[in-house]
Design a protein around this ligand. Structure first.
Ligand SMILES: *Cc1c(COP(=O)(O)O)cnc(C)c1O
Length: 422
């Protein structure tokens, strides 16, 4: 599509946008009396207006029914979490039974590593991407220490090539094959938080499995952003948070995926709790753990229903729209943003550089030459919410659910004024 850097063109795209009406279903913060241009849906998604109703429902049931709410609430609490599995399975490309909702992301990766990082004398290495999200680095290193393994020997980080801003699939694959029989686990962020790169989950998983390793993915920046087929790609396990592209609210519950081949097994190592035991006999309070035949076997505690309520509210919107429509809009919206950035860059003489590669979801990461922090402050003061990463990167994620083409155009105007006024 030929883009134009005009308000009329942007408005026309909004007019034709099938998802345009969803913008009104979200709450926008205000700056100078106007809705902000929100680029940080990759960090904390906006609040869907329906989430209040879902939370109020739990509060009302709790007030009126107290403990009876577990079984007699409008949506009974004891299996409330199961309502999330159907829409989540569609988002990540899984069978319903392969998905569960519990706890938080980093905690879940720890739990899943109990099952899928089982080092032996010979096979003990973990491969991840260089400069993974810090929480993932801490998680992996602490797991190694927990097993009494030296990280210097066991942690294999795949690097980018000198002068390049992205990882090459062939380099990751070559590294996996090189480590080979010593490789116990591949664990990578499916979409990199810093440069927005989408990894080739299918090929990397295939290679990891071929050398006999387990392969897991942190999908924090992937879930609700990119197309996923976890079951068909034969991924062993995955986890994601729900507060980024999935708009469930700050620090909210995480989702997990465990491939069908590991379900309904008693002998798999796992840290267990009562919500993972068969629900038919759960309240008989028997001493023996009988795992649920689904990914719920990994559930440890009874579900935090008050947090699941806004998550469920948001998933209703995902059910309505579906990932294919979101992805279609995402691609046009992000391309339009890229076009606008390039237009501004021409006028201000190469002030910045987009470091996100072609394999991308909705995020564009922009490396600022020279401007730096003061430009970030200018944008924030003028109602553009972006985020800042050291040394000199702003990340822009126009979430297709609620960002408009007009937002992209107006952002271009503000950015240009911001740079030229310096
Ligand atoms: C956001 C993010 C996290 C956050 O983990 P929490 O446990 O939810 O705080 C972890 N890993 C990655 C890759 C992330 O992007």
């Amino acid at each position: 599509m030929e883009f134009e850097n005009t308000l009329r063109f942007a408005k026309n795209l909004d007019h034709k946008d099938q998802l345009g009406k969803y913008r009104e279903l979200f709450h926008f913060p205000q700056v100078n009396g106007k809705d902000v241009i929100y680029f940080t849906g990759n960090s904390l998604g906006l609040q869907p207006k329906n989430s209040q109703t879902y939370v109020d429902e739990i509060m009302d049931d709790w007030r009126q029914l107290a403990v009876e709410g577990h079984f007699y609430a409008n949506k009974p609490w004891w299996d409330y979490h199961e309502r999330l599995a159907v829409p989540l399975a569609k988002i990540v490309g899984a069978h319903e039974k392969e998905v569960s909702v519990m706890s938080t992301l980093t905690a879940n990766l720890h739990f899943l590593m109990v099952s899928f990082y089982r080092p032996t004398k010979k096979r003990f290495k973990i491969l991840c991407e260089e400069k993974a999200f810090p929480s993932d680095q801490y998680m992996i290193k602490s797991q190694l220490r927990f097993h009494g393994i030296d990280e210097k020997e066991a942690l294999v980080e795949v690097k980018k090539r000198a002068g390049e801003h992205f990882w090459r699939t062939e380099d990751i694959i070559a590294k996996i094959e090189e480590v080979g029989e010593e490789l116990a686990l591949v664990l990578i962020g499916g979409v990199n938080y810093y440069n927005g790169q989408v990894f080739d989950i299918e090929s990397i998983t295939k290679t990891g499995k071929k050398v006999g390793a387990y392969v897991g993915w942190d999908l924090a920046h992937a879930a609700g952003n990119v197309a996923l087929q976890l079951h068909d790609w034969n991924v062993d396990f995955a986890a994601w948070c729900s507060y980024k592209y999935m708009n469930s609210g700050p620090g909210n519950a995480s989702g997990i995926f465990v491939h069908e081949q590991y379900l309904d097994k008693k002998d798999i190592p796992r840290f267990e709790g009562w919500w993972g035991t068969k629900k038919e006999s759960r309240f008989l309070m028997k001493p023996e753990f009988e795992p649920m035949a689904t990914a719920d076997a990994w559930q440890v505690s009874n579900a935090p229903v008050l947090s699941l309520a806004p998550y469920l509210a948001s998933l209703k919107l995902f059910e309505e729209v579906g990932m294919p429509a979101l992805i279609e809009k995402r691609d046009i919206l992000t391309s339009y943003l890229e076009f606008i950035l390039n237009e501004v860059d021409k006028k201000v003489e190469s002030s910045f550089e987009i470091i996100t590669p072609g394999d991308r979801g909705c995020q564009l990461s922009v490396f600022l030459h020279g401007e730096g922090r003061s430009l970030f402050d200018y944008l924030m003061k003028n109602g553009v919410i972006v985020d800042w990463r050291e040394p000199n990167v702003i990340r822009l994620a126009p979430a297709p659910f609620y960002c408009s083409f007009e937002d992209m155009f107006r952002f271009g105007e503000i950015l240009e004024t911001g740079i030229l006024s310096k």
